[in-house]
Design a protein around this ligand. Structure first.
Ligand code: WT7
Length: 638
């Protein structure tokens, strides 16, 4: 018997040791006992981090939607699979049972087929958090199409880049979306994007906000009439374990976004097993993850992980501040949420509103709390523990990444004693290592280094779509035979991990992963801009905020700096989305550069953070005098 649900810390250690001693046997047992395979694997694992290549459950055949839907119909067909809570609190919530979900996914799958979508084709999904989003994801998986969900807060340029990179044939979108008191013209954004996307043949449109939109003849169609006509059953496409399931884009420190490719069998096993343990899900529980399905958290822990376990998973369309800052707690009370999973930035924003608002709500259903996306500071951790968990609900601080597919380091609630700001211990099967700058592993406790993973786990991304070399360079080149995460971490005296943050040029703002390069590229498109550099600096709510140093072209004419700041943020909004707007912009005449021409961001970061007491070694700078100049400009002004 595999220990599918871990109950004691001794059991954790026993399982952990087993998972390291013999990973193949460990994962094989779990895969064998808890999932539906059409054919078993020939080989559990083959891997080579040098190539790099990782294959789990090779030769096995399955369809992930049979595991997430069909097999539950007999045992829990009338149980709510997806509990949809609309943006408007007066609009009734929708309970979609497993039976109903099956029907809706099958209809959608048949519509996709009727539009010519086949196994291996890419489908872009650009939808708000409405049930059709989850249904579309599952419908793709049903027929073996590769979904590429793009977060509906991205701009038309960002959407077009992603559609073109993976050559999507079809886009599923909606007329618009609700976001608190506002509506957003999603279809208009899609129309703009598709001006530059020759690969897209069809657009299917969900009616959500009843807005007047343009439908392009021959390309665009309303989805609902097609769904009504479609047959309500659809035979699942039988997939190989290593067939791609989806592509999800994430920012890198350089270049265009990376289309991380996740495959079917290993991803299913890992997300299901982690979900079960990290949220200690029981049959009657209502689980809510507040993320958007446009991010990996939503893929793994709103859709696939929970559904593979037959869970009830809440999908919330709105925002935490609408109609007021009590909305999350209103939903917890209304649906008696047992597991609540959100991001530190949301916790900080809610904490700022004070505790009075909490008194109006009954939060007694909550059994455990989760956090994800960025390091959680001590203050936020305690606020969450005291006021939401009432000191009786363990907090699982889950560290992971788009690339890892599932949670890697996290307490197991009621099993691992928690420690504020610590993600604590690796999940079974995960072998972390801390590395120094010389590429050596730092052994022992009370040490700090760069966080790597030594051994493959089932849901590791297999490649970057269309660019395997970049996959190798980004993750497998910094340290030999290791997956490099891009994060720094420390290990305390008992072996607990605390993630200290990115050690590369990725900045996490409000839990969103933003690369500096795409933002700088956007700024540099402004005709008055010669060069720019972006750094992050600490921010009370967002974790990090963005500070831009901008050098203007010398045209002889003087420009109004406030107008320029607005224009620069406008360009960023158009090219990436409002999430990447700069909080501060400083115009400067020069940037500190090394002799090889690299901008020394470390110094810019310190100046932006108002921390100039120790700037470190500046001897390798080509132009040390600019440092003083920039300090004068930034610090005097502030
Ligand atoms: C980066 C990955 C994992 C889903 C959401 C983000 C940071 C994530 C934690 C945590 C400290 C965290 C890391 C990581 N991060 N969770 N619990 N504690 N940092 O996925 O957009 O791929 O971002 O988020 O820096 O590398 P992502």
């Amino acid at each position: 018997m595999s220990h599918y649900s871990i109950k004691h810390i001794e059991e954790y250690w026993q399982i952990y040791r087993k998972s390291v001693r013999n990973p193949e046997a460990f994962w094989e047992e779990i895969a064998e006992e808890h999932f539906l395979w059409r054919k078993k694997w020939d080989n559990v694992l083959s891997w080579d981090f040098k190539k790099p290549e990782v294959k789990w459950f090779e030769g096995a055949q399955l369809n992930i939607t049979e595991n997430c839907i069909d097999r539950h119909i007999y045992t829990r067909g009338n149980k709510t699979a997806i509990l949809f809570e609309p943006n408007n609190p007066n609009e009734p919530a929708e309970h979609i049972t497993y039976k109903k979900l099956h029907e809706r996914v099958c209809r959608m799958a048949n519509v996709l087929k009727s539009k010519g979508i086949k196994k291996g084709d890419r489908v872009c999904i650009y939808l708000p958090m409405i049930p059709e989003l989850a249904v579309a994801v599952l419908a793709c998986a049903r027929i073996g199409a590769i979904h590429s969900v793009v977060f509906a807060g991205f701009s038309s340029t960002a959407l077009a880049t992603r559609i073109n990179d993976s050559e999507c044939k079809l886009v599923i979108t909606s007329d618009g979306s609700y976001r608190g008191p506002k509506t957003i013209d999603l279809k208009g954004i899609v129309d703009d994007a598709l001006e530059t996307c020759p690969c897209v043949e069809k657009v299917l449109v969900v009616k959500r906000i009843q807005s007047e939109i343009q439908m392009k003849e021959g390309r665009d169609e309303w989805l609902q009439p097609l769904l009504n006509e479609a047959y309500s059953d659809c035979v699942p496409e039988i997939m190989n374990a290593e067939d791609p399931l989806f592509i999800l884009y994430t920012s890198g420190s350089t270049g265009k976004p990376k289309g991380m490719v996740h495959t079917t069998g290993g991803y299913m096993v890992y997300t299901a097993y982690t979900f079960k343990n990290i949220f200690q899900y029981r049959e009657e529980d209502v689980y809510w993850c507040t993320a958007d399905i446009g991010w990996i958290t939503g893929h793994s822990y709103i859709v696939y992980g929970p559904l593979a376990n037959g869970a009830t998973t809440v999908m919330f369309e709105g925002v935490p501040s609408y109609p007021d800052y009590g909305r999350f707690w209103d939903i917890v009370q209304k649906h008696k949420v047992n597991q609540f999973y959100t991001a530190p930035t949301a916790i900080r924003a809610l904490a700022k509103e004070g505790v009075e608002i909490l008194e109006k709500y009954d939060l007694s259903s909550i059994k455990l709390l989760g956090t994800v996306g960025e390091p959680i500071n001590e203050e936020a951790w305690h606020w969450y523990d005291d006021n939401i968990g009432k000191r009786k609900s363990p907090i699982v601080d889950t560290w992971w990444q788009t690339e890892t597919g599932g949670v890697m380091i996290s307490p197991i609630p009621y099993v691992t004693p928690t420690k504020p700001t610590y993600a604590t211990l690796p999940f079974p099967g995960i072998q972390p290592a801390l590395m120094n700058e010389l590429g050596e592993e730092i052994k022992g406790n009370q040490v700090e280094g760069r966080l790597c993973i030594k051994f493959p786990w089932p849901s590791i991304a297999r490649t970057i779509w269309g660019d395997h070399n970049r996959y190798k360079d980004t993750y497998f080149s910094a340290f030999e035979n290791m997956y490099f995460t891009g994060d720094g971490a420390l290990r305390d005296e008992v072996g607990y991990y605390r993630i200290t943050g990115r050690v590369d040029d990725v900045i996490i703002v409000s839990g969103h992963n933003l690369g500096t390069a795409p933002i700088e590229d956007a700024i540099n498109e402004h005709p008055a801009v010669a060069e720019s550099a972006i750094v992050g600096y600490p921010h009370d709510i967002k974790g990090n905020a963005l500070f831009g140093y901008v050098i203007l072209k010398d045209t002889g004419e003087s420009r109004n700096h406030d107008n320029l700041r607005k224009e620069i943020n406008q360009i960023i909004t158009e090219q990436i989305g409002p999430i990447a707007k700069l909080d501060q912009i400083q115009f400067t005449s020069d940037l500190p550069k090394t002799r090889s021409g690299k901008i020394m961001r470390r110094i810019l970061r310190k100046i932006a953070s108002n921390d100039i007491s120790n700037l470190g070694d500046t001897s390798t700078l080509l132009n040390p005098e600019v440092v003083e100049k920039i300090i004068d400009q930034v610090i005097v002004k502030a």
